[in-house]
Write a protein that binds this ligand. Structure first.
Ligand SMILES: Cc1cc2nc3c(=O)[nH]c(=O)nc-3n(C[C@H](O)[C@H](O)[C@H](O)COP(=O)(O)OP(=O)(O)OC[C@H]3O[C@@H](n4cnc5c(N)ncnc54)[C@H](O)[C@@H]3O)c2cc1C
Length: 386
């Protein structure tokens, strides 16, 4: 008989959600993290993550985020934490946009998803956008999609709250313990860490950007790691950027291969977070340069200056973060090709956080052999062209 029903490697967004969902169901669960989550070395930090209900990256994802919004409210009630702020979300695009957000036709696919799932939204002209948010310097041929139920979640608080609930429900949470390897046996999975050996009926591997190195060379070409930078720029005046007046935005720019996204000024701090995405050069969590250079800050300053009114040139802080990206920009939630006892969870590709509580629930279902609430076929490794 294994010591635990389920073990989890990695207690970031996905592992923390799975630990909570499993512990809530009364199973014996143990979770390991090489650091002390929430921390700033993986993919789940930087104060805010965009959430939106109409998901342009694929219709199979909208039910996940809808469920996640419900779960966040449940976790907020349980813990008293503030996790989800539905401040509204604006996507700006145009027929001549040069930037692509995750998938081709992202804007049109988002509108189609909103219509299909009955998600309240407005389609706006450039004049409408300028009238409502003069902070955004849109061009005459740009247009927008506004979703009132979009907004942001607080990644560190989400991880902290779910780990606290997991522990309250009996989960064994081991921080600062690195899993070195695992070996499936006929009746269990044996897990070796830098502090001991353990056995569990099932193992969930939710190691974020460390996933490929834990799984081995065969997976390096499937999961590519990209360094991203999040910047906070000082505002001339906080008032127009407070969450009551300013939404999250995603902007498919016309004159740049990079898009731009940003958040309102939160917690009374006179600065907004803005970021872009790069998919030019890959890295690893152990070798990545975690310093942000003055050249990178200057490049972001140059990107925002023509687009945002009221944002000053001073960068208050900047932090690096890691994307784990699959070739089709999708997620992997599947059993390991070599063992049904091992479940792989890599829901990132730069847009996974908003789905994390529902994914935690699906991982718990998979681990316990229960029918998942959602169709997980689109997340299978085996069904993908690559
Ligand atoms: C800059 C940036 C912006 C993003 N913006 C958005 C957004 O706006 N909206 C959105 O929905 N998503 C967004 N994402 C994606 C989202 O944040 C990720 O999908 C999500 O954080 C991935 O969570 P994870 O649990 O897979 O990884 P992580 O949170 O990194 O967790 C993995 C954990 O595994 C641990 N670990 C690794 N190896 C081991 C080991 N051997 N032993 C023990 N522990 C181990 C690590 O310490 C880590 O805590 C963004 C990501 C980044 C980087």
């Amino acid at each position: 008989m294994p010591e635990f029903d389920v073990a989890i490697v990695g207690l970031g967004a996905m592992g923390a959600a799975a630990a909570y969902q499993l512990a809530k169901r009364g199973v014996r669960v143990i979770g390991f993290d090489r650091h002390h989550p929430p921390h700033t070395l993986g993919s789940s930090h930087g104060e805010t993550r965009v959430t939106r209900l109409a998901i342009g990256e694929g219709d199979h994802l909208t039910p996940l985020v809808m469920r996640s919004h419900k779960l966040w409210r449940e976790i907020e009630r349980e813990t008293g934490a503030s996790l989800l702020s539905e401040v509204g979300g604006l996507i700006v695009s145009s027929h001549s946009n040069a930037a692509v957000t995750h998938v081709a036709g992202f804007f049109q696919k988002t509108v189609a998803a909103a219509e299909r799932f009955g998600i309240a939204h407005e389609l706006l002209t450039a004049a409408n956008i300028r009238a409502r948010w003069p902070q955004l310097k849109v061009r005459d041929d740009e247009f927008g999609y506004f979703e009132p139920s979009a907004g942001f979640v607080r990644p560190e608080e989400c991880v902290r709250a779910q780990l606290a609930l997991a522990q309250k429900n009996g989960a064994d949470v081991r921080a600062n313990e690195t899993v070195l390897g695992f070996e499936p046996a006929p009746d269990c999975v044996r897990i070796t860490s830098d502090k001991g050996t353990y056995s569990a009926g099932k193992l969930i591997v939710a190691a974020g950007p460390w996933l490929p190195q834990l799984l081995g060379a065969r997976y390096m070409r499937v999961f590519k790691i990209y360094r991203q930078v999040q910047f906070w720029f000082e505002l001339h005046d906080i008032a127009p950027f407070r969450p009551e007046r300013f939404p999250i935005f995603i902007w498919e720019l016309q004159n740049s291969k990079q898009g731009l996204y940003g958040f309102p000024a939160i917690d009374g701090v006179r600065a907004i977070k803005v970021a872009s995405e790069q998919f030019e050069s890959t890295t690893t969590p152990d070798t990545v340069n975690r310093e942000v250079s003055t050249e990178e800050i200057a490049a972001m300053r140059a990107l925002i200056a023509p687009h945002l009114e009221g944002v000053g040139p001073h960068c208050v802080k900047a932090t690096t973060c890691l994307y784990t990206v699959t070739p089709d920009f999708g997620f992997v939630i599947d059993t390991h090709p070599d063992s049904k006892r091992v479940i792989l969870a890599s829901p990132c590709s730069g847009h996974g956080f908003k789905h994390s509580p529902a994914i935690g629930e699906a991982l718990a279902d998979l681990a316990l052999g229960q029918p998942p609430r959602f169709d997980l076929a689109p997340f299978r490794l085996s069904s993908r062209a690559w």
